[in-house]
Design a protein around this ligand. Structure first.
Ligand SMILES: *Cc1c(COP(=O)(O)O)cnc(C)c1O
Length: 401
């Protein structure tokens, strides 16, 4: 099948992100389909033995095996790269596969990593447990304070790794300051941008080198598939990341890539509406609960920084009630919002991080990260915000708040 891409980077890179999200990377087959085709194939056939040899030698363009390349997966990679303003992107089977590959492909024994201490539970496990096992020294810092990165950096520091806003405390990292500190010292920055996505925040514009994603979250946006992505320079992706992923195989399936392609078409619209709904729900909860951690509200200590880096606050925020008993009681009293630990879904979901997403993090580390026993995290969906407020109102009354 002859592939007609009809796309030229020198043109598509000038499209605005919302256009790229709908059309970027589309590579039409000879049938001229409007919606991207799903290529469910593990292998590819060659016209002659010489073609096979030329493709393996890298002298001929084309696919050889779906662990290495797949047309549907490549469409997604091109779309994500365009939206990010990155030279290149490689997708993975999950967000954690993306984080693991982004770290292991470039680190070796004797290197040092400085990581934000407020982070997704499994990202903390990579930093606290996996990397040290291979002789990579790690330290975690309060990433809200750029000075903490300066103080922690050493001669062998290779990488700063953090997320902003961070899960679930909604800590915000000053991208310009921290990426600047890294650049001055020849250190690379790896930013987990799952919460904001490129629709709200493009870390590379502030100096980040590598941006990694759980595409399971806002990018799919409808809670269907797991996916991940790593964006960087062509040199990083092709020379450093690709040898690692080609040989270790955390490949995204063509089916999941197709689902995420469809998700990206509505990302801009969904994330803006979910951000608006999130501000409405946050404003309702403010004053009704003892503490709220919401980057979209002026009460958040880093509200100005968050709004300078992001064009909207995103779908997730956290708040606190009195201890685990009241937190579980509130969850159990909900009738519309689901008790679920996923985020980015078009459905509103709520979870108690201390007993779910971060239950694998030791209690002292959890408290150091700012995750109290009374903390609840909510992903605000696309439902009518008044129905969500009514649900929360009734549940809060039931637990005496
Ligand atoms: C969910 C999440 C991950 C992990 O992604 P998976 O797709 O679940 O593997 C990593 N970082 C952040 C910030 C996340 O929210």
């Amino acid at each position: 099948m002859k592939r007609k891409t009809g796309q030229d980077r020198s043109i598509t890179k000038h499209w605005r992100p919302a256009t790229q999200a709908v059309r970027g990377g589309t590579a039409r087959s000879e049938w001229g389909e409007t919606s991207e085709a799903m290529f469910l194939t593990s292998g590819y056939a060659y016209d002659c033995a010489g073609d096979a040899a030329a493709r393996f030698a890298g002298d001929q363009q084309g696919m050889t095996y779906s662990r290495l390349q797949n047309p549907t997966v490549e469409m997604l990679e091109e779309r994500i790269a365009l939206m990010e303003g990155a030279e290149a992107c490689r997708t993975m089977a999950s967000g954690m596969a993306a984080m693991t590959a982004a770290l292991l492909c470039q680190l070796e024994a004797g290197d040092h990593v400085v990581a934000g201490r407020a982070a997704f539970g499994s990202c903390r496990w990579l930093v606290d447990t996996l990397l040290p096992k291979f002789g990579i020294e790690t330290v975690t810092v309060d990433a809200r304070d750029p000075q903490a990165f300066i103080d922690a950096a050493k001669d062998n520091t290779k990488l700063f790794f953090f997320e902003t806003p961070a899960n679930p405390t909604m800590d915000v990292v000053d991208l310009t300051a921290v990426c600047g500190i890294a650049k001055e010292r020849g250190i690379l920055t790896l930013v987990d941008n799952a919460f904001a996505t490129s629709a709200l925040q493009r870390p590379m514009e502030f100096g980040a080198d590598i941006v990694a994603y759980s595409a399971t979250k806002m990018m799919d946006g409808q809670g269907r598939v797991l996916a991940g992505a790593v964006c960087g320079t062509e040199e990083f992706v092709n020379e450093t990341l690709l040898p690692f992923t080609r040989n270790t195989g955390p490949t995204l399936s063509a089916f999941n890539a197709w689902v995420v392609l469809k998700g990206l078409e509505t990302l801009d619209m969904r994330i803006r509406r979910q951000s608006e709904n999130s501000v409405k729900i946050g404003s309702f909860l403010e004053g009704r609960v003892p503490r709220i951690l919401h980057p979209g509200l002026p009460s958040h200590p880093q509200h100005d920084l968050a709004m300078a880096q992001m064009s909207a606050c995103g779908s997730v925020f956290s708040f606190e009630v009195e201890g685990r008993g009241q937190a579980h009681g509130l969850l159990d009293a909900l009738t519309l919002i689901d008790i679920s630990n996923n985020i980015g879904d078009s459905r509103s979901l709520m979870t108690h991080p201390a007993s779910t997403t971060h239950s694998g993090v030791a209690e002292d580390k959890r408290l150091e990260m700012g995750i109290s026993e009374g903390m609840l995290r909510i992903n605000v969906g696309l439902e009518d915000p008044q129905d969500l407020i009514d649900d929360l109102d009734a549940a809060l009354s039931k637990v005496g708040l």
